[in-house]
Design a protein around this ligand. Structure first.
Ligand SMILES: Cc1ncc(COP(=O)(O)O)c(C=O)c1O
Length: 395
């Protein structure tokens, strides 16, 4: 049979985290730090189980039927209330769509904003899940130069001046995936002002703000959004359960209306049972205590990773400063071939995700992301040691 795949599908590659996963399953001694799963032991398992039982009892019909495309109204109110109280976001003038994991937002937003050949401006190293969907819609990613405190606003301005057909700006300002970088408040303000001046939408993807291990919170760009040009994306994957696949988009009503109609063509609605589990958990349980518990467990692992890299990284290798989130990011010295180093890591039975999966220009930039939370403290320390051994071979 001659199968004709669409242009947008033909170039799709197996995500690197799946390759790493397969390696680790074929060898019990292999240490995989690919997939950004939350720490299972930190998730509110008993509460989820109890709530699921209660919902099955109280809403036996609703959970078996289609529901509205936009999501449960009370759930949206509960989320908005928390965004006001905890994130200082003025939700007035915004509407919300419940989505099937944050990833659905990363699919929906290019779908509604990006035409063939359009550009999306992102941090030069950014989340693979967004890069892949933009490319799938035949768009192009253009990277803003990254500094230790976030993307360089001067470079963003240069890109805005010189790039045609920019459909939106995509940012992960807090504990970015993969770099862990947090954009400073000054840069957030400067970037927001540029978006206003050049009349661009900012998509602020914020899965990690709750997971801070050190330092003070930085205000979201959405909290500065007097012009309603920030589309704010959230998920419960890291604070309730990734497997439930529940997230949200908050934006001005016209964007939400178009996104909702487009979602209808994708999966009609986010599963009712999963929405109600998250709703009841946020409404009836102590969500903030749950977040504190996750932070406490993750923090011990984060510290183990940082101590491990301090001890085992050879001269010239640089650990980025991430004060929260799920990732540590290490840069090699100039001239280290990323593919060759990755193979060497495999030889040492350890694997991180390399920068080529996360780069706006699709090239390798000599960076490696360690997703530390699914592993134990001992495995993390050993993973850093093995990575360090591999690095020594390239130093
Ligand atoms: C920056 C970023 N955005 C979105 C997502 C997708 O989250 P979800 O698991 O809710 O689909 C992730 C997941 O790791 C992420 O790191």
């Amino acid at each position: 049979m001659n199968v004709q795949f669409a242009e947008r599908a033909k170039d799709s590659k197996q995500p690197i985290i799946r390759v790493i996963d397969a390696l680790s399953r074929s060898d019990p001694d292999f240490l995989a730090f690919g997939e950004g799963n939350p720490a299972l032991e930190a998730l509110p398992q008993k509460a989820i189980h109890d709530i699921a039982e209660e919902i099955t009892r109280n809403y036996p019909d609703e959970i078996l039927l289609y529901t509205n495309n936009g999501g449960d109204a009370e759930f949206k109110d509960v989320i908005m209330k928390r965004l006001r109280e905890v994130r200082g976001i003025d939700t007035a003038g915004n509407d919300m769509l419940i989505i099937t994991g944050g990833q659905q937002g990363l699919y929906l937003l290019p779908r509604i904003f990006t035409n063939d050949g359009d550009r999306v401006i992102t941090e030069e190293i950014t989340y693979a899940g967004m890069i892949d969907t933009i490319r799938g819609f035949r768009g192009e990613t253009v990277g803003i130069r990254l500094e230790e405190d976030g993307p360089d606003p001067d470079h963003l301005e240069h890109l805005l001046k010189t790039t045609d057909r920019v459909s939106f700006i995509y940012l992960i300002p807090t504990f970015s995936n993969p770099t862990g970088i947090t954009t400073s408040v000054e840069k957030r303000k400067a970037i927001y002002e540029l978006a206003c001046r050049y009349d661009k939408i900012i998509v602020e993807d914020d899965p990690y703000s709750d997971l801070r291990y050190e330092g003070e919170d930085v205000p979201t760009i959405k909290s500065m959004d007097t012009e309603h040009r920030v589309v704010y994306l959230g998920t419960f994957s890291k604070t309730i359960a990734a497997g439930l696949r529940v997230g949200f988009i908050m934006a001005e009503p016209e964007i939400i209306r178009i996104a909702t109609n487009n979602k209808a063509a994708i999966d009609s609605n986010t599963p009712c049972l999963n929405q109600l589990i998250c709703r009841n958990f946020m409404r009836d349980y102590d969500f903030e205590e749950n977040v504190r518990n996750i932070v406490r467990i993750n923090k011990a692992k984060w510290r183990a990773a940082r101590d491990g890299f301090d001890k085992y990284l050879p001269e010239g290798w640089k650990l980025y400063d991430a004060k929260g989130g799920l990732f540590c990011y290490v840069r090699s010295p100039e001239g280290v071939d990323e593919d060759a180093f990755q193979q060497c890591c495999y030889k040492h039975k350890v694997a991180f995700s390399p920068s080529s999966s996360f780069s706006a220009d699709g090239l390798a930039h000599g960076g490696y992301r360690m997703a530390f939370t699914p592993n134990t403290v001992e495995q993390i320390t050993e993973g850093c040691r093995r990575f360090g051994e591999a690095a020594k071979e390239f130093s």
